[in-house]
Ligand binder design. Structure first.
Ligand code: PLP
Length: 396
């Protein structure tokens, strides 16, 4: 009864979601305090108080028909204006209301952009390891996802292989920095070199290639690491932002696209994104949350970052002391740990200690597992004896 495409997708349904369900099942048996569920990037830090204050204030003071009504597909003008102004202030850019399209989270933004620019058979390049949902998003528009192999052990993008994989059919390149699942941040030098390659290839093929910067983790950077703003290096850049992680609002589904005016064919791409928002069935991003985002656009999330940083330090030292190997994350809230055995087997072994981690194969990078450390500090501390046992079992 279901479509052929969906049959395949259902059969390969997200390993991450399955783990999350497993975590709930184990918690029912052993008690939540005895299960160490590192499977999902669901922030455990509460949304800042300013978010709930904004919700109350908006509901009390604004016209009900405005805040709960339809608006243009791109979102409320005042919201887009405030977001553009904030991006300009923080990153020295020069965007206006017209350059912002409000989206249903980062996922909504990626799908809107792909719908707007991709023809069937086009190629979208991603760097392994990458957020596994990119496969489904490419499939939604009948594109081919072309994968640049991982650059081990530092997980910076492999630019030599990247250049070789660009073809006349390449229409988009998706990057994610700070990265899920590795936590690495791409430097200015890396982004500059990537931009030069793209410029060169566009000229060679007479094509236009969009660089999509997927940035739900932009604010989550440690030790004052700089996360460069990608539009500065390459004019055909689109930025997809989301409040899911920085404001701990993943269920509220709110984010935005930045579509620079200097992009080739900018006007048409912006119009296409508006129409894509409508015809994908979103119609517009959630109205109340748009207003909340505008009120909270400049709030300081350093307290949240400090909480994740404490988790990062505890987990990194605990795991490396136990003998595990991994790159210390510079941002986001994931650690990508090398597995001395097959990654799926490793995840199964960890489950014996009630530890849930996601195999790297999900991110097109076998031989590693992802640990999402956006959990309570106690979960990390209490999981370490299990990790130490696991290390012994593996002979580390
Ligand atoms: N992109 C990356 C790299 C992610 O890690 C996630 C969520 O985990 C998303 C996109 C989707 O984010 P959102 O909840 O804002 O749609």
């Amino acid at each position: 009864m279901i479509s052929k495409k969906m049959t395949a997708l259902v059969n390969n349904s997200s390993v991450i979601r399955a783990m999350f369900e497993e975590g709930k099942r184990l918690a029912g048996i052993y008690g939540p305090e005895n299960v160490f569920d590192f499977s999902l990037g669901n922030p455990n830090v509460p949304a800042p108080a300013a978010v709930n204050d904004a919700i109350r204030h908006i509901v009390d003071e604004e016209e009900s028909t405005t805040i709960h009504g339809y608006m243009s597909n791109a979102g409320f003008e005042d919201v887009r204006h405030r977001i553009a102004a904030s991006v300009n202030r923080r990153f020295g850019t020069n965007f206006s209301t017209d350059n912002i399209v409000m989206t249903v989270g980062a996922a909504g933004g990626i799908n809107v952009l792909f719908k707007a620019i991709i023809n069937p058979g086009d190629e979208i390049i991603a760097f392994a390891p990458y957020f596994g949902e990119y496969r489904a998003y490419a499939d939604n528009v009948d594109a081919k996802l072309v994968v640049v192999p991982p650059h081990i052990p530092d997980f910076q993008p492999d630019l030599d292989n990247f250049e070789k994989l660009i073809t006349p059919k390449t229409r988009a390149v998706i990057i994610n920095t700070p990265n899920n699942p590795t936590g690495v941040i791409y430097s200015e030098a890396t982004l500059g070199a990537m931009a030069q390659i793209l410029e060169r290839k566009q000229q060679e093929y007479g094509s236009e290639i969009i660089l999509f910067s997927d940035e739900p983790y932009r604010e989550l950077a440690y030790d004052n690491a700089v996360v460069p703003y990608v539009t500065k290096y390459y004019k055909n850049t689109v930025v997809g932002y989301s409040y899911s992680k920085s404001l701990s609002l993943p269920g509220e589904r709110i984010g935005y696209l930045v579509l620079p005016g200097e992009m080739d064919d900018a006007e048409n791409i912006i119009s296409a994104c508006n129409v894509a928002t409508r015809i994908l069935g979103f119609v517009n991003a959630p109205s109340l949350m748009q207003k909340v985002a505008a009120e909270c656009v400049d709030i300081d999330v350093s307290e949240n970052v400090a909480i994740y940083n404490r988790n990062r330090e505890a987990l990194f030292s605990g795991l490396t002391e136990a003998g595990f190997e991994c790159v210390k994350p510079e941002g986001a809230f994931y650690m990508f740990v090398k597995t001395p055995v097959d990654d799926t087997e490793f995840a199964a072994m960890a489950k014996k200690y009630n530890i849930l981690v996601v195999p790297g194969s999900t991110f097109a990078c076998p031989g590693y597992v992802r640990i999402a450390y956006c959990v309570a500090y106690d979960t990390i501390v209490n999981s370490l004896p299990g990790f130490r046992e696991l290390a012994k079992e593996l002979g580390l």
